[in-house]
Design a protein. Sequence first.
Length: 117
Amino acid sequence: MFARFMPQEGKFFDLFNAHAEQIVLGSQALVALLSVLNESDEDAAKQCEIIDVIENRADGITHETMRQLHKSFITPLDRDEIHQLITSLDDIIDLIQDVAHTVSSSKIPDRRCPWKL
């Protein structure tokens, strides 16, 4: 009966690891995008969609972390440190998404054949 009143510790480290996994997946998708960028517009668009899905999952993890932070009485780290860490992780995946959309919307000539547009 008193278990409801006991402080609960959120699963912050699991959430940090899950977010880091999304960053790795987003980075791999960005590398794949850059490798097919000048070859196929359809493949480049597909990689951008994959990056968007990964970024949405990462946003969900960020929201869950913030929910846990507001819900938890005792945290394994200082609240500000948890907030800074998850915000920084989210900034990384947001930048990956920004780079993917910027590069795919720009017509960058193939470096191997500079005369091609």
